[in-house]
Design a protein. Structure first.
Length: 202
């Protein structure tokens, strides 16, 4: 059996993940979308329908606003799929439990949320378009990616967003146990979390 991680390593990993998740907060504007055709094909749409849907997904400047509770257990998502379109807002509870809600058009929808081991926000959703997984994560401090994958297929549609305004201040951590983590960006924080996890499994 692998020995338990040292207290300092576990604390550092927790702090690193905390930093990564809170960097997701803010307003994001869609800049480009990749893999639309492949993604729509996995959903079983015919060629004509894919062309119409692809054009709709590839244009406009969709906006996402993410707000996180202090501990990251509640994420409020505010979505607008293009200028002039109505806003859709809902809370994603990150305990992995499915909850009833509605989509932007008022159709019934179920959502479950959780943070994975890399600090990525995962939304497991079942609605009118079928079951899908949406994984949101940062590739740098100012670029958010939403990877959308239908459960029935393996192709992902990647939607890239640029941050609007300054990045949020990193959450306060205890300096005596992980002062080295408090000032790092998401890439370094994720690396620290991964290193601590590897140490635990060694």
């Amino acid at each position: 059996m692998a020995p338990a991680a040292a207290g300092g390593d576990a604390a550092a990993a927790a702090a690193a993940a905390h930093c990564v998740t809170h960097m997701l907060a803010g307003q994001w504007e869609l800049t480009r979308t990749e893999g639309i055709e492949e993604f729509l094909a996995t959903m079983g749409l015919n060629w004509a329908t894919r062309k119409i849907a692809s054009a709709a997904l590839g244009r406009g400047r969709a906006t996402v606003i993410l707000k996180l509770s202090t501990d990251g257990s509640i994420v409020t998502l505010r979505l607008q799929q293009g200028a002039g379109k109505p806003w859709h807002e809902f809370d994603l509870i990150t305990d992995g439990e499915q909850r009833e809600g509605t989509d932007a058009d008022g159709n019934p929808e179920q959502n479950a949320g959780y943070w994975d081991s890399q600090g990525r926000l995962v939304q497991d959703t079942v609605g009118k378009r079928g079951p899908m997984i949406i994984t949101r994560y940062l590739i740098d401090d100012n670029t958010l990616v939403a990877a959308v994958c239908a459960k029935s297929g393996s192709a992902s549609m990647l939607r890239y967003y640029d941050r609007v305004g300054p990045a949020p201040a990193l959450p306060v951590v205890e300096p005596e146990s992980h002062s080295d983590v408090a000032s790092v960006g998401p890439a370094a924080a994720a690396a620290a979390a991964a290193a601590a996890a590897a140490a635990a499994a060694a």
